[in-house]
Design a protein around this ligand. Sequence first.
Ligand SMILES: Cc1ncc(COP(=O)(O)O)c(C=O)c1O
Ligand SMILES: N[C@H](C=O)CCC(=O)O
Length: 432
Amino acid sequence: MIDAYSEDAPASQALFERASGIVPGGVNSPVRAFKSVGGTPRFMVRGEGPWLFDADGRRYVDLVCSWGPLIHGHAHPAVIDAVQQAAARGTSFGAPTPGEVELAEEIVARTAVEQVRLVNSGTEATMSAIRLARGFTGRTKIIKFAGCYHGHVDALLASAGSGVATLGIPDSPGVTGATASETIVLPYNDLAAVEQALTGESVAAIITEAAAGNMGVVAPLPGFNAGLAELAHRHGALFIMDEVMTGFRVSRSGWQGLEPVDADLWTFGKVMGGGLPAAAFGGRREVMQRLAPAGPVYQAGTLSGNPLACAAGLASLSLADDATYAKLDQTAATIAGLATDALAKEGVPHRLNTAGNMFSIFFTAGEVTNYDQAKQQRVEAFKAFFHSMLSQGVYLPPSAFEAWFVSTAIDDEALSRVAEAVGNAAKAAARA
Ligand SMILES: Cc1ncc(COP(=O)(O)O)c(C=O)c1O
Ligand SMILES: N[C@H](C=O)CCC(=O)O
């Protein structure tokens, strides 16, 4: 039986108050703020294996994993050792390094990309990919899907998922009307809408999350991604698969390992940085060769290919073999099963959505294949479930519109903690 933590978290609360005076909303990325679930965001001081430790000395099974990157859990010795060794050689050189070549080779070896450029964040990767697509095609318009999130790129914020969905922000002020008018937003999983849009418009690129994870998890329906590739190419547009979330998490080569699709460009982030800031975009040689200095489309970064980030990413990918993905799949299935069994027992309407080992639970009886359906869920029920899990030492994403992530570090002790917690959490959701 778990001794539940109290709702108050005085040390986190004090830090949150200090932060709120000097940092907008007290956080450096909106989804961390607990705004849609309420309460005090927990300030974390340490991670070890499957556990996160907060400023109040509490311990949580981590089902956020830094929003995806930490497939091996926290502070894996091989990753820490690689970072320490790299740091001892110097933190940044502003010149090419062997580590960048090795990380680029590892990405090319695992995926369908022929050439790759390293950047610092998923946002930079998607921003650069759409610039390259526009430069390559000489066209401006981009098609994206409602509920998909590709980072905070102006052109891609319309009807976005993640924090934009969590906070219910329809369109961000600061994005100019001119920029917004260059983005066509369509319903996810609706090929007919794409075909219709392409008939009337000259489009540079279609961008999609390889499997949506930022409106909660919504997998592409069979044939959706392949249909997008075919339609894009038929109409002279490029097809960009955003694998920032799925890349190297759902298989050793990402979503393309589960569903090979004929894309022109791919974006990566999260896992490939091993918990440090690293991301990438890559694709067909002919397209990538348009990038400066090989070609005229400009893209750059002072810290791109940072030696510490490359070392962490390489160490993390080196550990990521078939056994890793088998364990991630099995752990995800176990935790999803524990949660859905408990909810079913309490009669709470819910829907488990999976995409490889990414999953989330929507508190609705209806199917969820697009953003409109995702928004039908009872956020109040999620909120009650979330806070009950938190008080019992399980850290879920503080939003009903985010994926749950597992790591290979989740052991029997961590699983028992989840198994004990879900019953009470389901009861709390039933009461909400
Ligand atoms: C699919 C997808 N693309 C792009 C991004 C942006 O990445 P970052 O937060 O590193 O800028 C994210 C996550 O934030 C993501 O999940
Ligand atoms: N859903 C986002 C990325 O995948 C969450 C990370 C963030 O924006 O802070």
